[in-house]
Design a protein around this ligand. Structure first.
Ligand SMILES: *Cc1c(COP(=O)(O)O)cnc(C)c1O
Length: 427
């Protein structure tokens, strides 16, 4: 256990002791009254790395200098640009390079994966997903089911917490998989739920899905760059993630895809293809007959989006330097400190003002984010935060989400945040 203390000197010492504290200066913070805002929305849009601008300028310059020849003559030839990202992205999610490709946007990739890994047949057509999943995921599942001529009410099984609880119990998830095992085609969950901040046991879920004869896929929008993922070892079939949340790769940024190695050479898997997924040796012969690349690259459609990828490359360099395991270790402490200070404050608050954290207390079952169920005055507290230079976020109907990002948030950030909250709730 960490011996946290509720004091500014403690927080400042924790920052001095933190080997990752140096990375803070590699990010650009929104300003509030001439100072860095307390930025807690890295789960929504990560901050801009200082290196991002030069990374984009490099490609603009190569475009200006070489025109089309930039595909081969540029510093980072565009023809292979996506490959510059693969190894580093694979390290972030615990995958082999053959299992990862960066392309498109998240929801697009979710659909592409569903085409290959949701193959309903007469008696095996159900999808298990978390109830109240992010809306894009709900719409993707609903319309995929309809695409196969099935009824979403029959095909989609939603997991919901027990009465009076906010998050799912792993045992209940596994029991639901077991219950539907004869009809189950796919288990498709978030890695971390965007609303509650709950991290699911992806290894156990995947194992249960496979035992039931189903595939297991994960939307890692809130998990990539947040948790220490081991997608290969966990035997996950597929995963998708965006790069603009914890991965700091800019608004609307590109996305990552994982397809397990055991599917790498399976050309029988149906897919929606494009020329960039075609065998690169014959890609430019422009002939009939799709032959997929081996591995995740075989799901590519289009040539690389250089500008979003340049941003992603700049960010992945930082993740590679910091190391995902180190980041996760700091994250556990940083979020633990936030939880500790919330508990300290609750001790001096009257019952009706206490902050109710709905994110699991077990660090293994959460990432960076804590979600606070804000009572009837929640919106006012949130507005107070905003006015005092705290950038957190409000999720309908009644949750304030705060996600200290270990790359750039400090223990002092957390302490200062809690002073702002304390001033509001105790006066
Ligand atoms: C952020 C997020 C999305 C957003 O999808 P885009 O295709 O990137 O717009 C989708 N699903 C989940 C779970 C998310 O957290």
């Amino acid at each position: 256990m960490t011996n946290f203390q509720n004091s500014l000197p403690y927080a400042q010492q924790a920052d001095r002791d933190d080997a990752l504290h140096v990375f803070r200066s590699q990010f650009l913070f929104p300003q509030h009254n001439g100072k860095n805002a307390i930025y807690l929305t890295g789960n929504s849009l990560g901050l801009q790395p200082v290196t991002a601008r030069a990374a984009v300028e490099q490609e603009l310059n190569d475009w200006a200098t070489y025109g089309v020849e930039g595909h081969f003559e540029g510093k980072n030839p565009w023809f292979h640009y996506h490959k510059f990202l693969t190894e580093k992205a694979a390290r972030v999610v615990g995958a082999k390079p053959i299992e990862v490709v960066v392309m498109n946007n998240l929801t697009v990739n979710l659909h592409l994966m569903m085409v290959s890994f949701y193959r309903p047949v007469k008696n095996r057509f159900k999808i298990i997903m978390e109830g109240g999943a992010f809306p894009s995921d709900q719409y993707a599942m609903e319309t995929q089911v309809r695409f196969h001529g099935l009824n979403p009410d029959e095909a989609i099984v939603e997991l919901t917490p027990r009465k009076g609880e906010f998050t799912l119990r792993t045992e209940d998830i596994l029991a639901t998989i077991e219950h539907h095992k004869n009809e189950l085609a796919l288990v498709m969950m978030g890695g971390v739920n965007y609303y509650t901040g709950q991290a699911y046991d992806m290894q156990a879920i995947t194992k249960a899905a496979h035992a039931a004869g189903a595939n297991a896929g994960f939307d890692l929008a809130h998990a990539a760059g947040n948790l220490h993922l081991q997608l290969h070892d966990w035997d996950v079939d597929f995963a998708v993630w965006c790069t603009y949340k914890y991965l700091n790769s800019g608004p609307g940024g590109t996305s990552g895809v994982f397809v397990h190695e055991r599917h790498a050479a399976n050309n029988e898997l149906p897919r929606f293809a494009g020329w960039w997924g075609h065998d690169e040796h014959t890609r430019f012969q422009m002939q009939k007959g799709f032959i997929p690349m081996r591995g995740a690259e075989g799901w590519q459609l289009s040539n690389a989006q250089i500008f979003p990828m340049a941003l992603h490359k700049a960010s992945l360099d930082i993740f590679d330097e910091a190391g995902m395991q180190n980041l996760r270790a700091k994250s556990v402490k940083l979020t633990g400190y936030l939880e500790f200070l919330i508990n300290e404050l609750n001790q001096i608050l009257p019952e009706e003002k206490k902050l109710n954290v709905i994110t699991p207390k077990d660090p293994e079952q959460r990432g960076a984010q804590l979600s606070i169920l804000a009572g009837k005055d929640g919106r006012k507290l949130f507005d107070h935060l905003t006015q005092n230079g705290v950038i957190a976020d409000w999720r309908e109907p009644d949750v304030i989400r705060m996600a200290p990002a270990p790359l750039y948030n400090s223990f002092e950030d957390i302490w200062q945040l809690m002073q702002v909250i304390k001033n509001y709730l105790t006066t």
